[in-house]
Design a binder for this molecule. Structure first.
Ligand SMILES: Cc1cc2nc3c(=O)[nH]c(=O)nc-3n(C[C@H](O)[C@H](O)[C@H](O)COP(=O)(O)OP(=O)(O)OC[C@H]3O[C@@H](n4cnc5c(N)ncnc54)[C@H](O)[C@@H]3O)c2cc1C
Length: 508
């Protein structure tokens, strides 16, 4: 069959849904093509026994409060979503074992955070003051930059926003050292490195500090109905606005005209034509479906040169006791046996850093009465699973990993969970690769490090992946991974596409 629409969005992940909602809200004719029978991509949940498990989300950054909404609340309101968020007031508990280790719980809110950090790291007041000065200078610099449409006066930038410029051109570790923080203090402040997938000595300081500020001001954002609730809410809004979604529709080819412009996509025997296509699917896969001669050489080289972002091993546990009965007191705990993020960023075999979430500590009634769930997330940074992952041994591989991390969690926290496991499920990069088809099962697009850091991407944004009739949205685009940024990238891609093809109002 042949179908015609004004816009096609390929993939109903966060970026795709947000792009489609924006287009439909502007009265544009849009169809989303999704290969699965469910929306959301990573933003989904699954059921085992009496438990519905959150598949991915730990927390959203920059949600803000109803009184002082951050980018996510504002965007969801603009997209017509009715989903509700709560703000988890404890940022995290971070435990590093060993003689130089620590066990610290840091709350949201500037004053509260300062008090808690000074309790465990007395004497770092001056460094903290300088850090706060840098956060404020960054906020003002960004405001000034936005006011000037992204084309600020260079002299003013140098004179007024020098601190911001320095942080934007150095690694997080360099900046924290220059502010006078000790190794232990840096280790605590750098705990969130795993959310960006790059160790602190390679991670752009501005990128990290922007995210950090998003959490610090109002705490972590958590949707009341899990990340799947966010996906359903966006779908609902899309349909109410006149857009449509076709499930079980895997795009298998991108159709180009003689001028190398994308004019549609192929899904099995069907062809869908449009004025513009927005892909929520990673460029590697789009290029594979495009035919070599249609993709500019420089874009192919760029994509080949980029490092794929990290993936995860996830252990989902449904427990037959409440957090109080088990002695679980935190929503988020980061655990490591090493202090520096460079050493925490290591092969799974060496046990770097891992995160454990108990959703019941943030959302009442997250699991059936008398139960709770734990979500253990282990970054896989090498792009490979280490060990025998042959089909014959795969189940044992997963069992061994689960045993290892459960035992470690029990010994570090002094909490017994093994005898309370009612349901268990283990996902690996192979699971994510088979669900999304993403290379190496990357859930994080391309790693934002070195020459491909966030500043380089922002500055080069208008020069890359400029294929006529096609744009990209999602965790693999210029701002990088994460729920918040993938939603924003979708809305931005929709705005840019509408501006390109003209017609209609922009409906923001
Ligand atoms: C375990 C885990 C934990 C995470 N935790 C957090 C967190 O706490 N906070 C945070 O901010 N971020 C987190 N992330 C990252 C975040 O989930 C992602 O950055 C974000 O969801 C990516 O969204 P996306 O728009 O790129 O879409 P994706 O989720 O990548 O969705 C792409 C969609 O395209 C579809 N698709 C693929 N190929 C085709 C095709 N050929 N035809 C049609 N459809 C296709 C897929 O089925 C999918 O629905 C986590 C990720 C994982 C895996």
């Amino acid at each position: 069959m042949r179908y015609e629409h004004e816009f096609i969005v390929v993939g109903a992940g966060n970026g795709g849904l947000s792009a489609a909602c924006r287009l439909a809200g502007a009265g544009r004719d849009v169809v989303v093509l999704e290969k699965h029978n469910l929306p959301g991509g990573v933003a989904t949940s699954f059921v085992r026994g009496r438990f519905e498990f959150e598949a991915s989300l730990h927390e959203l950054c920059d949600v803000g409060t109803p009184e002082d909404p951050g980018s996510v609340r504002r965007l969801f309101a603009a997209l017509g979503s009715k989903e509700r968020f709560i703000n988890e007031k404890n940022l995290f508990r971070a435990i590093v074992t060993g003689k130089d280790g620590y066990d610290v719980t840091l709350p949201a809110g500037r004053k509260e955070f300062r008090r808690a950090l000074l309790d465990v790291c007395p004497g770092c007041e001056k460094s903290l003051d300088r850090l706060v000065g840098l956060l404020d200078n960054t906020t003002e610099a960004l405001r000034y930059n936005d006011k000037n449409g992204g084309k600020p006066n260079r002299l003013i930038m140098l004179l007024k926003y020098g601190k911001f410029l320095i942080s934007a051109s150095h690694s997080l570790d360099e900046v924290l050292r220059s502010l006078g923080f000790s190794l232990r203090e840096r280790s605590i402040l750098e705990t969130y490195w795993s959310y960006l997938g790059v160790p602190a000595d390679e991670l752009n300081a501005f990128h990290y500090l922007e995210m950090f500020k998003g959490y610090l001001e109002h705490g972590a954002g958590i949707p009341l109905e899990k990340s799947y609730g966010l996906s359903l809410s966006l779908c609902d809004s899309l349909l109410r606005r006149g857009g449509s979604i076709r499930y079980n529709t895997e795009v298998t080819g991108f159709i180009y005209d003689g001028d190398k412009r994308v004019i549609g996509v192929r899904a099995g025997d069907d062809e869908y034509y449009a004025k513009h296509v927005i892909s929520n699917v990673i460029p590697n896969n789009v290029f594979r479906m495009s035919g070599k001669h249609n993709v500019p050489e420089k874009d192919r080289r760029l994509i080949n040169a980029r490092r794929l972002g990290m993936s995860f091993i996830c252990i989902y546990l449904g427990l037959d006791a409440t957090p109080d009965e088990l002695g679980i007191r935190d929503y988020t705990v980061f655990i490591s046996h090493r202090q520096s993020s460079r050493r925490q960023y290591s092969d799974e075999t060496e046990m770097g850093l891992y995160v454990v979430n108990c959703l019941n500590k943030a959302v009442d009634g997250a699991t059936p009465d008398g139960t709770c769930s734990l979500f253990i997330t282990v970054p896989v940074v090498s792009g490979k699973l280490i060990g025998d992952v042959s089909p014959y041994n795969y189940t044992k591989f997963k069992q061994d990993i689960a045993k290892k991390y459960i035992a470690d969690y029990e010994s570090v926290l002094g909490i017994g969970i093994k005898d309370h496991i009612e349901e268990i499920s283990v996902a690996t990069p192979a699971t994510f690769a088979s669900y999304f088809g993403s290379p190496n099962g990357t859930a994080y697009g391309y790693e934002l490090s070195g020459w491909d850091g966030v500043m380089a991407r922002i500055l080069n944004k208008d020069n890359e992946l400029r294929i006529k009739g096609l744009s990209f949205c999602g965790g693999h685009t210029s701002s990088g991974d994460g729920f918040s940024v993938s939603y924003v990238s979708g809305a931005e891609a929709a705005d840019a596409a509408m501006a390109q093809i003209g017609g209609g109002d922009d409906g923001k």
